[in-house]
Design a binder for this molecule. Structure first.
Ligand SMILES: NC(=O)c1ccc[n+]([C@@H]2O[C@H](COP(=O)([O-])OP(=O)(O)OC[C@H]3O[C@@H](n4cnc5c(N)ncnc54)[C@H](O)[C@@H]3O)[C@@H](O)[C@H]2O)c1
Length: 253
């Protein structure tokens, strides 16, 4: 039987045109939420909205670059204007610029990754917390990564950005929990999305990922969505400021 934990709730999801974001948008919609579908790629976000509406769900598409504070402020304002509130936010949009050793990382690569993944998450948190606090609270989940716990050669900026997201999660959770805003993070291992599919073209990468995860496979995006929905639900009411690792056992190796 389909659970309906988010009836009459409004859930905003960034990176909603991509793998994890799209799966989570559909999952929240199936459980009754109205979904604010945010991405800077208008085409892929429109496809997410189409999929939600085809199942009878309600969605609002917003084309936003999370690295731009004015656009992020507008994103929250348009959500409130349309639905009157914001109950849940999943700050999930990020970029990954691979295969640059630290000594080859240019300032432009560093800035692109940090400006999206870390500064963008900061902008989202700031304006979501302001809106939620004014309306009695809510739940926020940030997407960090296994790269906040371990790392690999060639992803120094991404690793720093995802460690930063865990730090931001703790700092914002501490400041917001007494106002009723409960903030946590998810740290996924390898998940089969367009982002991972591009990496699988690298010779030996598939074998590396299978060996890295004791479960012997990568995750499906829905396996991350399930944890995000748990963290957003009242069943996670005492979980505050935690990076939840979802990695098929990678960190027990
Ligand atoms: N796929 C994995 O193996 C994996 C593992 C760990 C963590 N993650 C994290 O999961 C999240 C989702 O990744 P995914 O695998 O679904 O990737 P994806 O590339 O399929 O989706 C990311 C989405 O974010 C959007 N986006 C990027 N920059 C943006 C910006 N500045 N403003 C608005 N939207 C922007 C993209 O257009 C895309 O739709 C990311 O935070 C990623 O770092 C992914």
């Amino acid at each position: 039987m389909q659970l309906r934990r988010f009836e009459n709730k409004v859930a905003l999801i960034t990176g909603a045109g991509g793998g994890i974001g799209r799966a989570t948008s559909l999952a929240f919609s199936r459980e009754g939420a109205s979904v604010v579908v945010v991405d800077f790629n208008a085409e892929t976000a429109a496809e997410t909205v189409r999929l939600i509406e085809a199942e009878g769900g309600t969605a609002l598409q917003l084309t936003v670059d999370i690295g731009n504070e004015a656009q992020v402020k507008g994103m929250v304002e348009q959500t409130i204007a349309k639905f009157g509130k914001l109950d849940i936010a999943f700050n999930n949009a990020a970029v990954d610029v691979h295969s640059t050793l630290l000594t080859d990382t240019t300032e432009a690569i560093w800035d692109r990754v940090i400006d999206t993944n870390l500064k963008g998450t900061f902008f989202c948190l700031k304006h979501e917390i302001i809106a939620m606090t004014a309306r009695g609270g809510g739940a926020i989940i940030n997407t960090s990564s296994l790269a906040a716990i371990t790392t690999a050669p060639g992803i120094p900026a991404y690793t720093a950005s995802k460690h930063g997201v865990v730090g931001l999660t703790r700092a914002s959770a501490l400041e917001s929990i007494k106002q009723g805003v409960r903030i946590n993070a998810v740290c996924p291992g390898a998940v089969l999305t367009p982002l991972l599919e591009s990496h699988l073209k690298i010779p030996g990468m598939k074998e590396h990922i299978e060996a890295q995860h004791p479960i012997g496979r990568w995750a499906q995006p829905e396996e991350i969505a399930n944890v995000v929905m748990f963290l957003a639900s009242d069943h996670a009411s005492f979980i505050v400021g935690q990076p939840i690792i979802i990695d098929g056992g990678a960190t027990i190796l």
